[in-house]
Design a protein around this ligand. Structure first.
Ligand SMILES: [Fe+2]
Length: 258
C-alpha cells in the first residue's frame, strides 16, 4: 500500500472502521483480494553495492549504468506486473491467461534474482582465489581452482544465445554445480541454490567487448567477489542442513559454524 493511500485511509478513519470487522472471514477475504491486486509485493530495483565506474576497466560505467537502470529495472517492473495480473486472475477466477502470466512470472522473477546476484558477485576488490571453505569444496568437485575456472569459462562462453553461467550448491549433497542458464529461467536444477553468476546476455558486455564474449568472461574473473560467493555457499549449506536434518559430507558446517 502506498504511503499516500495509507495516510488517506488513516485520516478518513477507514482503517479503524475495518478493524472492527477484522474477525469477519468474508470481509478479510475481500480485503485480502483488494490488497493483493492493488498492492503486489512491489519488488524494488536494488542499489548497486558500488559506483557505476567502480568495476572499470573490466565493466565500463556506461554498460553498468544501462544494465542496472534499464535492463534490471525492466525485469523488476515485469515481475510486479506479472504478480498483479496473477492476483487479479485469482480474484476474478478468470484463468484464461494463466499460462502467459506464469511464463512472465518465471522470466522476470528469475531475471530479477539473477541480476541481483550478479551485482553482488562482483566487487572493485574482487578477483584472486576464493576463501578457504569454498576453495576446499571447489578442489573436491573440480580438482583445482584452475580446472574450475577453465570449466566455468567454457560453460558461460557456450551458452546458446542469451543467458548466464551459474555456480550453484545442490542441497541434496552439497556438491557444487556449474550451470548453463538460457534466458533467465531455463535449464534450472530445482534443488540447486545459485551462489555466484555471470550475465552473458549481450547487454552485459557488447558496448566494450562487442562479440568477444570470451574476452569479457576472462576479464570478469578479475572482479569476482569470492567472499560473497563463499558467504552464499555457507548459507546454502545451512539450508541443506535444515532440510536434511544433518550436515552433508565434506561440509565445513560440521565444525559447528552454523
Ligand atoms: Fe543482464
Amino acid at each position: 500500500m502506498s504511503s499516500n493511500r495509507r495516510d488517506f485511509l488513516k485520516k478518513s478513519g477507514f482503517l479503524a472502521a475495518t478493524a472492527a470487522f477484522a474477525s469477519a472471514p468474508a470481509f478479510n477475504a475481500i480485503a485480502d483480494d483488494e490488497n493483493r491486486i492493488k498492492n503486489p509485493s512491489e519488488h524494488k530495483l536494488p542499489e548497486l553495492p558500488y559506483d557505476y565506474d567502480a568495476l572499470e576497466p573490466v565493466i565500463d560505467a556506461k554498460t553498468l549504468h544501462l544494465h542496472h537502470t534499464k535492463h534490471h529495472r525492466g525485469y523488476v517492473n515485469g515481475l510486479n506486473k506479472a504478480e498483479a495480473e496473477i492476483a487479479l486472475a485469482q480474484s476474478k477466477k478468470d484463468y484464461s491467461l494463466v499460462q502467459y502470466w506464469s511464463r512472465k512470472l518465471a522470466f522476470h522473477g528469475a531475471g530479477n534474482f539473477l541480476h541481483t546476484l550478479y551485482w553482488n558477485s562482483m566487487s572493485p576488490d574482487g578477483g584472486g582465489t576464493p576463501p578457504v571453505k569454498l576453495l576446499d569444496r571447489i578442489k573436491i568437485d573440480y580438482g583445482s581452482f584452475e580446472k574450475f575456472k577453465e570449466y566455468f569459462f567454457s560453460v558461460a562462453k557456450k551458452v546458446e544465445g542469451s543467458g548466464w553461467g551459474v555456480l550453484a550448491v545442490r542441497l541434496s549433497d552439497g556438491k557444487l554445480l556449474t550451470l548453463q542458464v538460457e534466458n533467465h529461467q531455463k535449464l534450472t536444477v530445482w534443488d540447486a541454490i545459485p551462489i555466484m553468476t555471470i550475465d552473458v546476455w549481450e547487454h552485459a558486455y557488447y558496448l566494450k567487448y562487442q562479440n568477444r564474449r570470451g574476452d569479457y568472461i576472462s576479464a570478469w574473473f578479475d572482479v569476482v567477489n569470492w567472499k560473497n560467493a563463499e558467504d552464499n555457499y555457507l548459507a546454502a549449506l545451512r539450508a541443506a542442513k535444515a532440510q536434511h536434518k544433518k550436515p552433508l559430507s565434506n561440509s565445513p558446517l560440521k565444525r559447528g559454524e552454523d
